[in-house]
Design a protein around this ligand. Structure first.
Ligand code: ADP
Length: 581
């Protein structure tokens, strides 16, 4: 029996040592791994002195010293185990709490002190120890049962935290890892509790099998490392460390993953939000001014349609009613053609918004300040022009005419900048009236025809319908589209303006036969400052503001604006306005 027990302890020691060697080789600088290595080292520190003392004749002087090492082994196992369990379940912070110090650190030190220096835990009398049959009985002291109860409670609590993780995690790999860890720890703990503690307490002595069973633990852990990458960084941990918010929800809008950035932004760092319904924790809305319902409630939209949504202008509202501007992408998770959830990736854009706001304020103030002197300069130069007309000096007249033309360009640029800053700061107000759009188009075409002698502006179609519009603003859109059409078709000689009723809308299109717009640019040209490469390279001047302003105006009329184009041939800009009933 003695040699069998020696053999089983030797086996456990070897398998644990192989495991340690294996783990050291991985040398990942992680708390989980280091706690685990310490745990296995402690098991060996418990087992090896036992092997030596019972198989090699050791002088009495050394006997107690070696036996003391064994005490370090078993007394510190609960500490290492709970540290490992807390690190594995992402609760390392708990091991810094006062309660932890009282319940774990202090008892470990006290028990070790007692085991080394007194007979309260185990006998320090060499003769007495040697007289006991090895394995079956230990000459224990009166406080040994307390140590045993503490040992088992801390160890089972550690396993319990892993069981909790197993139940809660949605990460399949983590689930499998946790399952194997639970089995691996429970085997020596349960059988150890019976053979090393419960039976001896009733004076029934069998072989204590806690240490031998750690060979099975070592094998299971090795399997978990090999099969499920135990101790490796999991994808969930990678997601957690990303500097953007990442939240994954299922179809029922329950949170199945949330990373650290998101938790910090929500102000819920230490809360467990897994399985909580998202709407109880936060909501994501688009700008309240946006009209379409889908845009206002982007998450239900993505879950319903399986379409991805991306926006710079969403607002995240926490349960504490704090709001943050965020840039956000909501991507559906699709399995078997069904939407089973969505991943929300977002970034707090508060700082950028503040910078943008001060930039807008600057533009607004600067353009305002420029506008006043410019208006009087234009007035004076017009007076000068009419005086020169009377004098009939052709060269002077040519100069002053050019000056006036350039001044008007500056004026319209300043007006564009002013419009933009008004739009960005939400001060863009429309004065809508019910008006026959046809009349407006005819008048605009008439005025615009005066500004060009290279192109003929032709109108096709007619409508008698009235629409609710801000006349000046829709005029501005038409002026912009028509002047672009002329500007970007230098070799053509006509521009067509078409009016149609399509369903519940009136659609106005401006078609030119000019340089056209490549497909990849067609959506972007409605953005601020965007100009196509071709228009940049050709000498056609511009700032890329006009279409952005047009798009904002049309959006504020509940309409749509779009472009169709054949590069090198033609472009057709259209906008729709809902017919007022
Ligand atoms: P700007 O004309 O001042 O650059 P816009 O916002 O009006 O600014 O237009 C943005 C860009 O869209 C232009 O720079 C040009 O590249 C392209 N674009 C606009 N209208 C046309 C058109 N009719 N044909 C070809 N390209 C156009």
């Amino acid at each position: 029996m003695h040699s069998f027990y020696t053999f089983s302890l030797l086996l456990a020691t070897i398998s644990n040592s192989v495991l340690i060697g294996f783990l050291f080789k991985r040398a990942i600088n992680s708390q989980i791994l280091s706690a685990y290595i310490v745990l296995v080292l402690l098991v060996n520190a418990w087992a090896i002195p036992q092997l030596i003392l019972n198989n090699i004749p050791v002088a009495n002087d050394y006997f107690i010293q070696i036996d003391k090492i064994s005490a370090i082994g078993y007394i510190f196992i609960p500490l290492a185990l709970i540290k490992f369990a807390l690190a594995y379940t992402n609760r390392s912070a708990s091991s810094k709490r006062l309660l932890f110090i009282f319940l774990i650190y202090m008892p470990s030190i006290i028990f070790l002190y007692l085991a080394w220096n007194t007979n309260f835990i185990e006998s320090r009398n060499v003769q007495e120890v040697k007289s006991f049959p090895w394995g079956y009985a230990v000459p224990t002291g009166p406080l040994f049962p307390i140590l045993l109860i503490w040992f088992q409670s801390v160890s089972f609590y550690s396993v319990y935290t892993i069981i909790q993780m197993y139940r809660k995690t949605h990460d399949i790999i983590r689930k499998k890892q946790s399952f194997l860890l639970i089995i691996a720890f429970l085997i020596p703990l349960l059988f150890g509790a019976v053979t090393n503690g419960i039976l001896p307490a009733f004076h029934m002595h069998t072989l204590p099998i806690a240490i031998p069973l750690t060979s099975i633990t070592a094998v299971i852990i090795a399997y978990a490392i090999y099969k499920y990458g135990l101790f490796e960084v999991t994808s969930a941990e990678i997601l957690s460390s990303i500097g953007n918010g990442v939240i994954t929800i299922n179809k029922q809008k329950e949170i199945i993953h949330i990373n650290n950035y998101a938790l910090a932004l929500l102000g819920l760092e230490n809360k467990n939000l897994i399985d909580k319904v998202m709407t109880e924790v936060f909501s994501i809305r688009s700008d309240p001014q946006s009209i379409s319902k889908d845009e206002r409630f982007p998450i239900p939209y993505v879950l319903r349609t399986g379409e991805k949504i991306k926006s710079h202008d969403f607002i995240l509202r926490t349960k504490q009613k704090k709001t943050f501007p965020i840039e956000c992408t909501i991507t559906p998770i699709i399995q078997d053609n069904n939407v089973i959830g969505a991943t929300i990736i977002f970034r707090d854009t508060t700082k950028e918004k503040i910078i943008e706001q001060s930039k807008n304020e600057f533009i607004s103030i600067a353009s305002h300040e420029l506008k006043t002197p410019l208006t009087s300069v234009i007035a004076f130069s017009q007076i000068l022009e009419s005086r020169m007309e009377k004098r009939k000096d052709k060269l002077d007249l040519y100069f002053i005419h050019s000056i006036n033309e350039q001044l008007h360009k500056i004026k319209s640029l300043i007006e564009d900048l002013l419009n933009i800053s008004r739009m960005e700061s939400g001060m863009f107000v429309l004065n809508k009236v019910l008006y026959p759009i046809d009349t407006l188009i005819d008048k605009t075409i008439q005025d615009m025809q005066y500004t060009t002698d290279t192109h003929t502006l032709m109108k096709i179609g007619k409508t008698n319908k009235k629409v609710s519009i801000d006349i000046d603003r829709i005029n501005q859109v038409l002026v912009n589209l028509i002047s672009n059409a002329v500007k970007y078709s230098p070799k053509a000689n006509k521009v067509t303006i078409r009016v149609r009723e399509i369903g519940k809308d009136i659609v106005v299109s401006v078609q030119d036969f000019g340089i056209g717009i490549p497909k990849k640019d067609q959506k972007k040209i409605f953005k601020r400052f965007y100009r196509t490469r071709k228009s940049q390279h050709s000498k056609i001047s511009g700032f890329g503001l006009g279409l952005y302003i047009c798009a904002e105006i049309i959006k504020n009329h509940n309409g749509r604006i779009w472009v169709e184009s054949i590069p090198g041939k033609s472009s057709t800009f259209s906008f729709s306005l809902p017919i007022t009933k």
